[in-house]
Design a protein around this ligand. Structure first.
Ligand code: DCP
Ligand code: CA
Ligand code: CA
Length: 618
């Protein structure tokens, strides 16, 4: 470490008080992700599935509720958590811990029914789980975010989370509220790149805000848990107010407004984080829960990050984190701050600049609505009793197709989408890879489950033949199928130019709708036991790569979920690392760092992957 490095330089590494100019205020987009007044929020629903069921059944929100999928708890509301119940708790144990526990099993599809229902005693042997309710609520939530904040960018991050970039609406309010920020006139000695005048001395924070303390002196005597400053019309402590703080406080007002819209319209409580970038917003969102709004001002970043066990940071939880922990005998972020950029890049390759930056709370990744391309819809079932003969098949194909029909018809209500192909996947005991067969899915005006069943049964015959054919084929192994899945892929808006199809819709064929439900759900949901497990392919919405996750038959639901989650998270982290290293080429350093490979070229550059080599490429 450089012994001459002074306090000021250290502070600069964290980029806590960059210069703010009139240009940053008046053309926020010009500086993009480098605008010092950038304000990003992350909103996450509290105990999401539990709240959905509570609202559906009109259950008093103070009562303890859990959501069940077969015999696993998949959501536990906060009153139930007070009894010590967690997602890992076994149902019987939970009922002992809290005799008045309200237990709701998720809806299920039953053979012969064309919609999911709340059956009194659903049986894993013949029913299939439906997550339709949560997808629908998720779409409503995202639509409220967008309509409440028409000038903000909204990026759905999972079934119950979204990032919001508040930068543009914040700056509109900033100039209205502070006339001194009006653009300098051509005759004045100021120009667009002049520094802004001094900020106000005081800020009034919205009373809902939990301000993360800027240092130990601000923390309550009772310890970390209860240490945030409660904000009730007070200024930011002894710290000098900056324009970033002012922008953050306006962002917090907007964040409260949008959270309140969700509460008033849908009745759901949320927890949120707000800070200068996505990484920090997500991290601070769980600072306090539930029904909380956690604010991380720039000045509070070092104290907040330094004491954090760095392997808890999502991107540093895997192989790379383990290597860093060993090499530097490090536990917390503070333990890694002595590694300077040169050392980091010498050891881990030029792209490791993003690790250096993340440790200092710097992240330039964009908040961007994902384009609705390459979407897929998948219904999958792990079979407690394997399929061994033709006669076992149809009931499952019918159940899976009923779900697909519901989901595709829902998507079509919001926009004229249609899948390009239908695929059948089966996983057989004794075969390492799942078998798959796909075919184009022709357009029909009236989509019913039966239409899909016909297409799927055709694929089934191609993939497995018939009982009679297998009986006469000495090479055909005894069939023992333990997972069956049917997927629509390439579910996209029909284009104006698609003649023939256009005729079915008449002349007013709507264009792609910005608000249509997110139909790539499979790839984005958390990891519910049934929909993404065993041999079910996970298709990454970013690179369209399909990853097959293999799980042990004996794994319990929690273990399975963890395995799938790990594969997904690692793949996402790979993209994150790639994105950061690409973006940072544009800003920091200069010198002789090579360009990082663009998407799709990574594989070919295997030898030279540097930090990306720590992320498994699937
Ligand atoms: N989920 C699931 N299986 C998992 C994790 C989550 O089925 N292993 C589902 C149920 C959750 C929803 O996804 O309600 C959202 O997941 P979160 O991790 O955000 O957890 P919750 O919203 O339930 O709780 P919290 O208030 O802690 O965010
Ligand atoms: Ca949540
Ligand atoms: Ca979540």
């Amino acid at each position: 470490m450089d012994p001459f490095r002074g306090k000021a330089q250290e502070k600069d590494e964290w980029n806590l008080s960059p210069t703010v100019t009139y240009r940053h205020v008046h053309s926020p987009q010009s500086a993009g992700v480098h605008n010092p007044l950038r304000i990003i929020g992350l909103i996450d629903m509290d105990a999401f599935y539990a709240q959905c069921e509570q609202r559906r059944l009109d259950i008093d929100p103070t009562l303890p509720v859990v959501v069940l999928q077969w015999d696993s708890l998949i959501a536990v509301n906060y009153p139930a958590r007070k009894f010590g119940i967690a997602r890992m708790t076994k149902l019987k144990e939970a009922q002992k811990m809290c005799p008045n526990l309200v237990v709701v099993h998720v809806a299920t599809y039953k053979d012969g029914e064309n919609e999911a229902k709340y059956h009194p005693n659903p049986d894993n042997k013949s029913y299939k789980v439906s997550l339709d309710l949560y997808r629908r609520e998720s779409t409503k939530i995202i639509n409220i975010f967008k309509s409440t904040l028409p000038t903000a960018e909204v990026e759905k991050a999972s079934v119950d989370e979204a990032f919001i970039d508040f930068t543009v609406p914040v700056q509109q309010i900033l100039v209205e509220r502070y006339p001194e920020l009006a653009a300098p006139t051509p005759s004045s000695s100021y120009h667009m790149d002049s520094e802004l005048p001094l900020p106000p001395l005081d800020i009034s924070w919205h009373p809902s805000c939990n301000l993360v303390p800027i240092g130990p002196e601000e923390e309550g005597k009772e310890g970390e848990e209860d240490s945030s400053t409660s904000a009730s019309g007070t200024s930011t402590s002894k710290q000098v107010v900056t324009w970033q703080d002012v922008a953050l406080s306006i962002g917090a007002e907007l964040l409260f407004k949008v959270r309140n819209e969700i509460l008033q319209n849908l009745g759901y409580t949320t927890s949120a984080g707000i800070a200068r970038n996505k990484f920090l917003a997500k991290l601070v969102a769980s600072y306090r829960k539930p029904a909380s709004q956690n604010v991380l001002a720039n000045a509070a970043i070092p104290h907040y990050l330094k004491s954090m066990p760095f392997q808890k940071i999502r991107f540093l939880g895997g192989k790379l984190g383990a290597v860093l922990a060993e090499e530097y005998e490090a536990k917390t972020v503070a333990d890694l701050l002595s590694i300077d950029l040169t050392e980091m890049q010498t050891k881990f390759g030029p792209d490791s600049i993003w690790v250096y930056q993340v440790l200092r709370g710097i992240d330039h990744s964009e908040v961007k609505e994902k384009p609705p391309v390459n979407k897929s819809m998948l219904a999958s079932k792990n079979l407690p009793t394997p399929i061994r003969k033709d006669g076992d098949t149809l009931q499952w194909i019918r159940v899976l197709c009923a779900e697909l029909a519901v989901r595709l018809n829902e998507a079509r209500e919001a926009g004229t989408v249609w899948p390009k192909t239908i695929a059948l996947h089966t996983k057989q005991v004794g075969e390492s890879a799942p078998r798959s067969k796909q075919a184009p899915f022709p357009f029909v005006r009236e989509l019913t489950g039966d239409v899909i069943v016909a297409a799927a049964m055709k694929l089934w015959k191609e993939l497995h033949g018939t009982d009679a054919e297998r009986a006469t084929n000495p090479n055909a192994p005894n069939m023992k199928i333990i997972n069956i899945a049917i997927a629509f892929t390439g579910v996209e808006a029909l284009e104006q130019g698609q003649r023939g199809i256009e005729g079915f819709f008449g002349p007013n064929l709507p264009g792609p709708s910005k608000t249509r439900p997110n139909i790539g759900q499979i790839a984005e949901d958390p990891t519910p036991e049934e929909d993404t497990e065993i041999s079910v392919d996970y298709t990454c919405p970013k690179c369209s790569k399909t990853i097959s996750v293999s799980v042990q038959r004996d794994d319990d639901a929690e273990m399975r979920a963890a395995r799938i989650h790990a594969v997904k998270a690692e793949h996402e982290d790979f993209h994150f690392a790639q994105e950061l290293s690409r973006q940072d080429k544009l800003v920091i350093g200069g010198g002789k760092r090579r360009r990082s490979p663009g998407p799709g070229t990574v594989k070919k550059r295997k030898k030279d992957d540097g930090i990306l080599g720590y992320f498994q490429k699937k």
